[in-house]
Design a protein around this ligand. Sequence first.
Ligand code: NDP
Length: 490
Amino acid sequence: MSELERKRDRAPVPAAWEYAPAPEARDLVQLRERYGLFVGSEWLEPAENYTTIDPSSEEPLAEVGQATREEVDQAVGAAREAFDGGWSAISPAERAKYLFRIARILQERSREFAVLESLNGGKPIRESRDVDLPLSAAHFFYYAGWADKLEYAFPNRKPRPIGVAGQIVPWNFPLLMLSWKIAPALAAGNTVVLKPAETTPLSALLFADVLRQAELPPGVVNIVTGDGRTGAALVEHPDVDKIAFTGSTEVGKSIQRELAGTKKHLTLELGGKAANVIFDDAALDQAVEGIVNGIYFNQGHVCCAGSRLLVQESIYEPLVGKLKRRLATLRVGDPLDKNTDVGAINSRQQLDKITELVASGEEEGAEIYQPPCRLPEKGYWFVPTVFTNVAQSYRIAQEEIFGPVLSVLTFRTPDEAVEKANNTPYGLSAGVWTEKGSRILAMAQKLRAGVIWANTYNRFDPASPFGGYKESGFGREGGRHGLEPYLEFE
Ligand code: NDP
């Protein structure tokens, strides 16, 4: 035996690389058995309840209220009283003080919130800890800074708050969407009634505790839980002055129809089917990371997800090869494990929708790739999936799947890339990967999307406006633009 062989024999190289479990402490969160509706800073006992669960185990977590029309009316009444009773008139610097307090408390309690967000929503703790929570706090800090500078934000126009804002948020980023909505509304001097999604009410209910800790005056923020009927009651309420909605295009359209001809203000942040465009001069390894982040982040439950990959034909083989190898390294499982990359699907209903669309992709003739992967027995799970051989007409290239499923298409020239990227009813986001700055600028001018990332994907910042074109909705959230929908001008 040679010296080298002897050394190799002794080398402590394990036969398999496995990650030991690294669970975050579940007991950071103390759940109550039952939650009421948060109205006028008090817990109102709801007439009806339902059970909210952990989608990774299907275990019940708590009972929450299913707010009725009358209870929504009470919440709107509390918001109106708070608006007329002083909130809209207190000094802007005083409003800022509350927002700064909320931001700091969110930072202080961020581990607790991160665990709760993963428990109730199914997202990996790494994401709730490193993305949802820091960004939520950042939104409150950012808009706290604007509260006493509104006249500078809109020079030569006299801004004033609109009144009571009804805000409806989805289940994919429960606390972050709450922050995107509540922070600018309060900075502008409005009061709020917020409805979280049916499947993810708990972080909003814990946020009520933050509001009390910050000593926000009663009625400035009210939280009513429940399903779509609660949302509809809020939309229809005659004393609500503005509706801000994030969710599906279908419900967004029905809200728009409902509000047509009324004096209510409306902003809609709806679905997307974003193109992530990879040119042949892009750094392939970085692009693969961007593609993975673009579609598998938060199990693909992201309105701006890069769900259509457009690859220049000359690099198709090496890129798809690298992507498939990378996919095999993603760890799917317990959302509370710090090593998990892809967590649980948010609900049975969403899992059924993903399963149905994936089956349609196979039936229509696309080629499916799923890495070998052992899924937990209980809970809702879906293996990260790539479809190649996809035609533009397939449903998986047209419809929002809202799951960890990527459709790969190819192009030859930049013009063809633009045409294919824009061939969708949506227009929320897009990604461009190339070494050439001039090409990035040329593409950004031609792509019909509200947000365009270059050589990165899914980056968010409170200072940067976010929103769509076409069926992705209208109005902007974030940045100075995000204040405007909460203001009227004299
Ligand atoms: P919805 O649009 O139904 O839900 C968004 C929010 O609106 C929830 O709080 C929901 O309550 C509420 N809502 C439902 N119906 C009404 C109504 N008639 N009036 C007022 N509010 C209402 O989305 P889903 O949860 O049903 O998801 C369906 C599909 O929508 C997903 O598969 C995905 O494709 C897309 N979607 C897109 C999102 C985005 O950010 N672009 C976010 C979420 C979903 P409740 O939770 O009780 O239904």
